[in-house]
Design a protein. Structure first.
Length: 416
């Protein structure tokens, strides 16, 4: 049997936990460092498998990457390849960001479709809309996509959907393009805003980041930087939901409460008590939890990545809760795993219906992807008895020191 967790549930989580830097934001910073030949230092980087995978992909095209705890140092004096190998790219969805980074620096890039969690169709068209608008030719070559341009020129780019990775790829390729680029209906997630701020610290001229209208004034070249990654709002949410689901008392530090409005509003609607103090958030749930309706939508709405652990917590709420998924078309894979623990949960199209409260019981379940894994962890913590969670390598991709941090909150959890 591969690595797995064994959790003795039914115990409230209590105490304080400090979260890492944002997984998603940190993944964007390494391709950003490809845009300059100068050294780049990135701090507050989570110690997770996905970061190591991205570092290996960057090394395959010429970068030297040093990972020292939560600090990454990277330099790419010369790009040695514009085509990262398929065996590396296929492991990680964010690997497709090398298309924009290499196109921006070298005027050409070749990349196969990315890997990562299988939670939806994730069409690549949104990336190609941006590349083509900037003057690149995009074509399929065997199993890979190739983009090339003699010169990239600024343009007005409209996205049908505010794609996070599509927005980031345009930021990369437009940063040194000639002229002005405007993204209309850009992704406004904090991780995208932070990435734009990093590019500004490297000499880019970007305004409007964090809003649906972003403007990039192309510059001649970018330089090195020393940059700190924002806290992981999804990790914050997972620990808060674990505390609420177990009727515990959890304080999360190194958080940015301004990135958590949608989650905290729903927790309050559930009858949890929320206290915000600077960079810490505390959630307690001494009384009965109430059912709520949730819409998982692009930021500033409720985060799709918190949909699965929220659904797990809602198994402990009185009444019928509805979670509507508006981002990914296959986000509900976790539902069958929660049923194995006794959850009364059904799906109808992109909507999940949860009846509660349910006395969950231990069983053997799988972490099908990073956030589905978070869902079964939250449910296992609330369940009476012993739960075995298989395929925890998915959780390793998104959560640093998960077992240790849960144990510090009083969870009885082993990794075997």
């Amino acid at each position: 049997m591969s690595a797995h967790y064994v959790i003795q549930g039914g115990r409230p989580l209590r105490g304080e936990v400090t979260v890492s830097g944002s997984k998603n934001a940190a993944l964007y910073t390494l391709p950003a460092a490809l845009l300059t030949s100068e050294p780049v230092t990135i701090r507050n980087v989570p110690r997770i498998a996905d970061i190591r995978e991205m570092a290996e992909i960057c090394e395959s095209v010429g970068s030297t990457v040093e990972i020292d705890g939560e600090t990454v140092r990277m330099v790419t004096p010369a790009v040695t390849s514009v085509a990262p190998p398929i065996e590396l790219v296929s492991k990680l969805r964010a690997s497709f960001l090398l298309m924009g980074a290499l196109l921006g620096r070298m005027g050409e890039a070749e990349c196969p479709p990315p890997g990562g969690d299988v939670i939806g169709s994730r069409p690549l068209d949104v990336h190609f809309v941006g590349f083509r608008a900037l003057g690149a030719t995009v074509e399929r070559r065997g199993s890979a996509w190739r983009a090339s341009a003699a010169k990239l020129t600024g343009a007005r780019i409209f996205f049908d959907y505010p794609s996070v990775l599509g927005t980031v790829n345009v930021l990369f390729s437009a940063a040194t393009a000639e002229g002005t680029t405007t993204i209309i209906n850009a992704a406004a997630e904090p991780e995208v805003e932070m990435l734009a701020d990093m590019l500004v610290s490297m000499g880019a001229r970007i305004s409007g980041q964090g809003t649906p209208l972003v403007t990039i004034e192309g510059v001649q070249a970018l330089h090195g930087t020393d940059f700190t990654v924002i806290p992981d709002r999804l990790e914050v949410g997972t620990y808060l939901l674990g505390g609420v689901a177990t009727h515990g008392d959890v304080r999360v530090t190194n958080a940015d409460p301004l990135h958590l409005d949608s989650l905290l509003a729903k927790l309050r609607d559930m009858n949890a008590r929320i206290e915000v103090d600077g960079c810490s958030v505390r959630a307690t749930s001494p009384g009965e939890l109430r059912a709520v309706n949730v819409q998982a939508v692009p930021y500033p709405g409720f985060a799709t990545d918190l949909h699965p652990p929220m659904a797990a917590a809602l198994t402990q709420a009185t009444g019928v809760s509805l979670v509507h998924e508006r981002v990914y078309d296959n986000r509900t894979l976790y539902v069958n795993e929660l049923r194995k623990l006794g959850a009364r949960i059904t799906t109808a199209g992109d909507t999940v219906l949860i009846e509660g409260p349910t006395a969950l019981g231990g069983s053997t379940v799988r972490a099908l992807d990073i956030r589905a894994g978070a869902a079964v962890v939250v449910a296992a913590l609330a369940a009476e008895g012993e739960t075995t969670i298989l395929d925890v390598h998915h959780l390793d991709r998104g959560y640093a020191d998960l077992r240790e941090r849960l144990a510090a909150l009083g969870a009885v959890i082993e990794r075997r």
